[in-house]
Ligand binder design. Structure first.
Ligand code: ASP
Length: 405
């Protein structure tokens, strides 16, 4: 019965995607109607998702840590996760850079003098780290600041483990609240097909024709990299750890489609938890690894930053040196940690990457018009990377446990 429901949600999301493309294309002459009358329902759905994300992250991480009963185990999961995240992100920028360099010949050199893009103030590198730590208990939740919620949850979870028996009731309460919020999440997720349709239709109605033209080339390069990264890097990592890539992608499809439509890793988190658990991740691991990934692991965003930096340099007629490419790999990896899992955040962080190699930030204006289309693909990659990590860490832990048993 459960299997049937799951499949039907996946196919409903898929049908919603196809309908959105058809209706969006039909509405290209009247994009305002799509924005004014269809998008609001997507916004309602996204609001509900945003509402549930804070409590889910807080309670699922606390419950996850408490259930491990052992700080060393949390450390082991955290260590493996961060290494995997950093390594795959660096690989992602590199793939983006290599592909964009290969395709450089097809990028136009533009008369770029009239461009202007008002960049939001860039972040200083260490600000990213400072911002991880909350200065009070309420703000992180009210503003859904994921990294700060994660830090809070880890501190409270560790304390519960350290105090032990005396606070067993508190641990139980956390578990029960976790159950309650999971149920709320399930109810909201049942609306995902409507959400997908209402979010995607206006995007297609507005951007449909812009896809054609010179930007199509850069979009194509980025999408080829997205697909290659997913199929090669994640499949290889899964296969090396004896997990079936086929099963993984099959189970992940609803979350990938949802990420594609919503362009928000954070918004996709609830569905990603469900799909990655179907793909083999344990509840314990995914409730820790996925919220962390939705916040700091952005492989798709890293690819996008690599590709766009080369594109913008080419448009300005600038050739980047090898040292500059290495700088891009480092800054894009750092930028991806600082990128929030919400629509459009990656474009803001592109400013940091461009500045690091002395390219004009104005260049962002070249790609800003179709950012949403880049964003849909990069978010799909972002959440797939998180899920692949959850599945792999689960497998490795199981292996370790077997050995030590
Ligand atoms: N929208 C992306 C995400 O939520 C972040 C980005 O803009 O690159 O993962």
């Amino acid at each position: 019965m459960k299997e049937k429901c799951k499949l039907s949600l996946a196919s409903q999301i898929f049908i919603a995607l196809i309908l959105a493309v058809i209706v969006g294309l039909c509405m290209q002459k009247v994009p305002d109607i799509a924005s004014e009358y269809i998008k609001p329902f997507g916004t309602i759905f996204l609001n509900l998702v945003k509402f549930i994300v804070g409590p889910i992250v807080l309670f699922s991480i606390m419950a996850g840590i408490v259930s491990m009963k052992d700080i060393k185990k949390v450390g082991a999961i955290g260590g493996m996760t961060v290494v995997y995240y950093l390594f795959t992100t660096a690989l992602a920028v590199t793939i983006g850079l290599v592909a964009a360099n290969l395709a450089k010949g097809i990028f136009p050199v533009l008369a770029t003098t009239s461009l202007s893009y008002e960049a939001p103030k860039g972040k200083a590198p260490l600000e990213v780290i400072v911002n991880i730590f909350p200065s009070n208990f309420i703000n992180p939740i009210s503003s859904t600041n994921m990294l700060q919620i994660i830090v809070m949850a880890i501190l409270v979870g560790f304390s519960i483990i350290l105090i032990g028996e005396k606070v067993r009731a508190a641990a139980e309460t956390i578990n029960r609240w976790n159950d309650i919020f999971m149920k709320v999440m399930e109810m909201i997720l049942a609306l995902s097909p409507i959400g997908v349709f209402c979010l995607l239709t206006p995007v297609i109605a507005i951007n449909g024709t812009m896809i054609i033209g010179s930007l199509a080339k850069i979009l194509l390069v980025a999408y080829i990299c997205y697909v290659l990264h997913m199929l090669i890097v994640y499949s290889a990592a899964l296969a090396v750890n004896k997990c079936s890539p086929r099963k993984f992608f099959k189970e992940m499809l609803p979350a990938i489609v949802f990420a594609f439509s919503s362009a928000s890793s954070v918004g996709t988190l609830p569905l990603n938890m469900k799909c990655s658990q179907n793909a083999g991740a344990s509840n314990e691991v995914s409730s820790f690894v996925l919220p962390l990934g939705a916040t700091i692991n952005m492989d798709g965003t890293a690819i996008y930053q690599g590709v766009c930096t080369i594109f913008i340099a080419a448009c300005y007629g600038i050739d980047l040196t090898f040292a500059q490419m290495v700088t891009i790999v480092l800054t894009a990896t750092l930028a991806s940690i600082g990128t929030a899992g919400v629509p459009g955040a990656g474009m803001v962080m592109l400013a940091m990457v461009l500045t690091s190699v002395g390219l004009p930030i104005d260049g962002i204006a070249l790609v800003a018009g179709v950012d949403r289309i880049f964003d849909m693909g990069r978010t799909a990659v972002n959440i797939t990377g998180d899920a692949s990590c959850a599945v792999i860490v689960t497998k490795r832990l199981a292996g370790k446990n077997k050995k030590s048993a």
